[in-house]
Design a protein around this ligand. Structure first.
Ligand code: CU
Length: 164
């Protein structure tokens, strides 16, 4: 009986780690204010933890703004939008954070980047933990319900073992 008990917990531990690692989040850049000149992107991004596999969604009025990925910190600081790596302007642009590191984004509309319409995103490896999301987070958990089920599994297993 003790063997079965240990086995159940091992399975639960493995499932929980796998769920934590594969859990991808979608972040609307700037939260409810979106990609706009009035948004304080520094304070927004400092409240978030980005990991590999997460996605950024830039929401704005198409034609008014754009999303340009800048090559490095220097281009970010000087708002060198002209030499950007990538330019998007659909009004709802998704960027996948496919590897760890820092990426830089700025609006291409004249004067907007200088006015603060830029954001620096640092992606970490995640380390298998997804418990860093705070209550003030604007993230939408794509696999949220599955994680809730996974985190409830130990309780279900304990009940199962006690009742067996
Ligand atoms: Cu703009």
């Amino acid at each position: 009986m003790e063997g079965a008990y240990n086995c159940v917990f091992l399975v639960v531990a493995i499932v929980t780690v796998i769920m934590g690692r594969t859990l991808a989040s979608k972040y609307v850049v700037g939260g409810s204010q979106g990609w706009d000149e009035s948004t304080d992107f520094n304070s927004w991004s400092s409240g978030q933890t980005f990991k590999v596999g997460d996605e950024l969604v830039f929401k704005y009025s198409s034609g008014l703004h754009s999303v340009n990925e800048l090559a490095d910190e220097k281009a970010y600081k000087s708002c060198d939008v002209g030499s950007s790596l990538k330019s998007l302007n659909s009004g709802s642009d998704t960027i996948k954070l496919d590897k760890a590191g820092t990426r830089y984004f700025a609006c291409g509309t004249s004067g907007h980047c200088d006015a603060g319409m830029k954001v620096k995103i640092t992606t970490g490896n995640g380390g298998g933990s997804s418990s860093t999301t705070t209550s003030s987070s604007q993230s939408v958990h794509v696999l949220g319900p599955f994680y809730v089920i996974a985190s409830l599994l130990p309780i279900q297993m304990v009940l199962f073992v006690l009742l067996a």
